[in-house]
Write a protein that binds this ligand. Structure first.
Ligand code: GLA
Length: 422
């Protein structure tokens, strides 16, 4: 029986997570008496994240680990310049992210206002400068009423802030979890995802709720990366009173989460501490190697305007970066642990493997490892691989022979096994 609607449901715009307006009405005329069933399908035009962003893990710089609140537009411009001249940009570090403390307040319309003393040129201009150097612009906010350093958060202003960021040309938003009160994490992050989508400018969305609400279980449809731990500290092995974690503590947390990470949705082991002064060069190599093994974002956290050659050579090691950026994006699993010696394996594109041997302890550990192994009943290594040391930049053997050597305190050996074609 025909039921010609003379009007249709018009545009449906989500305003907040639970609220929408029906702009038009539906009416019709029944030609016969009877009971009619209506099925109304409402689709949420904005309910998704930007796909195809972060197909490999994001790389860039964020000043928090070294500058804390001491950022301003001069520092950011100098960092941007340094990234171009010192090879960081060329090595793949493209996002330049301003963390907490750029904000100052809100104007009478509720729009977020940047600190006029620190950023007199304005945030849009700063973004233009970053873009002019071929890099991308990242910014920070918080899902609660205020940020972790007491600046205005985005709660209640999500859509407004997203539009503002889009108008400044922002490409990446790190979204923190301080002052959240009784807010629900999933809906708070989903709300900002929807706001970003509605604002229309593709932005990588970085969920930063420190692993409190298991974001690896729900973050895939909401963000492109999620922090798995409380803040990293510049320490190899230890925790501080507010829960900050050293390198080993983060590695142990990441070990449980490998299966959740992949292209477009990454476990984030937090910003790097390479070059911040407290780790030995061996510890820095271990830290950087394992972040690459996890395909974690590589977000440098040092003052890259003044880094040593050694720090620079660690951060720009292309062969290690290639492990992180491998297009399969499989996060390493711990294959073996014997005392302080651990062996981690990461399957790579084209049948290659990365194998990372690390020494957690303070003694020296000899190793004599047969690489012909079957892992997880799934990956089988046989005779036909060349073995290349990614810190020495040389082939050190093949998988027919045992891999032999020793690891000093907190040292690492990272090799790439490449399938031979002959
Ligand atoms: C939290 C985050 C850090 C940093 C600070 C800024 O602690 O986890 O990464 O953004 O806030 O206040």
């Amino acid at each position: 029986m025909p039921f010609p609607p003379v009007g249709i449901i018009g545009s449906v715009f989500w305003k907040e997570i639970t609220q929408f307006d029906l702009v038009d009405s539906m009416s019709g005329k029944a030609i016969k008496s009877g009971i009619f069933l209506f099925f109304i399908c409402i689709s949420n035009q904005y309910g998704q994240k930007f796909d195809s962003l972060a197909l490999t893990s994001p790389m860039g710089w964020n000043g928090w680990n070294s500058f804390k609140c001491r950022i301003n537009e001069i520092v950011i411009r100098e960092v941007a310049d340094a990234m171009v001249t010192n090879g960081m940009k060329e090595a793949g570090y493209t996002f330049l992210v301003l963390d907490d403390c750029w904000q100052w307040g809100r104007d009478t319309n509720g729009c977020i206002v940047a600190d006029p003393d620190r950023f007199p040129g304005g945030m849009k201009k700063l973004g233009e400068y970053i873009h002019s150097l071929g890099m991308k612009y990242g910014i920070y906010s918080d899902a609660g009423t205020s940020t972790c350093r007491g600046r205005p958060g985005s709660k209640g202003h999500e859509f407004q802030d997203a539009v503002t960021y889009a108008s400044w040309g922002v490409d990446y938003l790190k979204y923190d979890w301080c002052s959240h009160g009784t807010q629900d994490a999933v809906s708070s992050y989903r709300l900002m995802r929807d706001a970003l989508y509605k604002a229309g400018r593709p932005m990588v969305f970085s969920i930063c709720e420190w692993g409190k609400n298991k974001p690896w279980e729900w973050g895939k449809d909401i963000g492109h990366l999620w922090r798995t731990t409380p803040d990293i500290i510049d320490c190899f092995d230890g925790r501080n009173i507010w829960g900050g974690m050293g390198i080993l503590q983060i590695i142990d947390r990441m070990a449980e989460l490998s299966s959740f990470s992949g292209p477009g949705h990454w476990n984030d082991a937090d910003m790097l501490q390479v070059g911040n002064g407290k780790l030995t060069p061996d510890e820095e190599r271990l830290h950087f190697s394992m972040w690459a093994m996890f395909s974690s974002p590589l977000i440098a956290g040092n003052d890259i305007r003044h880094m040593s050659d050694e720090t620079r050579s660690i951060l720009t090691n292309r062969e290690v970066i290639a492990i992180d950026q491998d297009k399969l994006g499989i996060s390493a699993f711990r294959w073996m642990k014997t005392g302080d010696l651990e062996i981690w394996v990461k399957p790579l594109d084209r049948g290659d493997f990365a194998v990372c041997l690390l020494n957690r302890g303070t003694g020296t550990i000899p190793f004599d490892q047969d690489l012909k192994m079957t892992m997880k009943n799934q990956y089988k290594l046989e005779d036909s691989y060349s073995v290349r040391d990614l810190w020495k930049h040389m082939v050190v053997g093949n998988s027919k022979e045992h891999l032999r050597g020793s690891l000093g305190p907190h040292a690492v050996m990272l090799v790439r096994l490449t399938a031979k074609t002959d």
